[in-house]
Design a protein around this ligand. Sequence first.
Ligand SMILES: [Zn+2]
Length: 509
Amino acid sequence: MVKKLNHLISNWIVYPVLFALTEILILTGPNLANVKLSQAWAPMLWLAGASIVVLFAFYAWCKNWHRAGLLTLLFLIWFDRYGFAAQAIEGIPGVEMKLPHMIAFFFIWTAPFLLIGSSFLWRKVQKPSMFTQYLNVVMVLLLAYSAYRIFSYESQRIPQTFTQEFYPLAPALQSDQMPDIYYIIADGYGRQDVLKEIYNVDNQSFIEYLKESGFYVADQSRSNYIRTMLSMSSALNFGYLPDLSTTSNDEGPLQWLYTNSRLRRALEDLGYQTTWMTGWQPRSAENIVASLFWLNSITALPVEAGILPSSLPTFREQHNLIDTQIAKLAELAAQTGPKFVYLHILVPHPPFIYDHDGPVTPNEVYMLSDAGSFPGSPAEYVQGYSEQIQYVNVLLRQAVENILANSAQPPIIIIQGDHGGGAYLTGSVEESCIRERYSILNAYHLPGEAAQRLYPGITPINTFRLILSSYFGADLELIEEEKSYFSPAGQTYRFIDVTGLASQACEIP
Ligand SMILES: [Zn+2]
């Protein structure tokens, strides 16, 4: 029996296929907050199939299964990991990886694989089955480990029912006015005083523009939460999220609160038409796992060169998407009937797709990153952000003009950051600049008397409490204790009160 097993392990070339499966699981694991495990099956099958084809091709060429197995493994690592290695190098502060550098790196990357796979070295191998035996065992262990990690994550999923119970009812609204409502989120847009302090950006002229256009700018506003999904699911449901004190990062419940918000349900019940425009492209959301695979692979090179049409979102698509959405505001404003328009642009949040003048590097692969996952130093973040925000102002002006010029009745417009910048944000309170992260732009165009209820420190949790009670007679009081909560790394639903820290200046090195 043992002998039989030993024979099997030494002679069956299964490790390249196991490696292919592991590759996809490794990509899936850290992204389970946004990805369903079921997304991994198709890429796993695809890659496993491809590895078998490659194995047979190498066998046809060298007529030796052991060697063909080794060559297949080398090929897979070479193919799958090139983009990953190139990005790792780009992550070193001060290093740039433009196309010429990537081409040079391609040769440096390829050389050792050619050497290890060469016939010259293979001839020196005494016992080829030893490789097979060893690699089979290693890959089984690796696959088991990545499967275990995924299993332990999956077991921490929060049941969907939790959110449905949390905000079950939409408030009853009534009104004969029904002004149009535009809720514009500029992701990561910080507050004017903090932009000056940390980013050396003088935003005065934009703030003046807003005021001249009839906006009230709450100049002491803070975000209530640290990240997009937390902030938005709280703001759209006008309440704090429950502290679950678990170690789960499962964003599923937040996604539900975001798409099925009390605000949206209440307005739709009243007869409002909703238009929901965000920066997340549907196709990348459809299969994040496959996208990540291509991004990390050697296809990063021809995509960067513009030879391969990207299966991945690019800067250009993001530029076009934002332009289209802002143009759409004019069209929507001209339509009759009450409407609720949600526009969420993913700027000035990184990646930096604009400089102060407009779009840059259209072919670059678009991947959202912030704080710790930002590929670059805090100084590079500050530089990119301070450029980008200037063009975001141009875009926001267009948005405001498109709405105001085409509206028959004065509309409600809110322009808000879901949180501030993240140059100095880490996974812990002590090592982060809380003030940078929580100070936000928060501007209101409120026709009629409602504007008089606004105050400098209003936070998003009260945004729609104020609006729905002022215009629609909703039975919603303003929340007096407007808190800001930090979620430590890996604990999305553990909320640490950092309200006090949000007003303290940081020591920036
Ligand atoms: Zn955000």
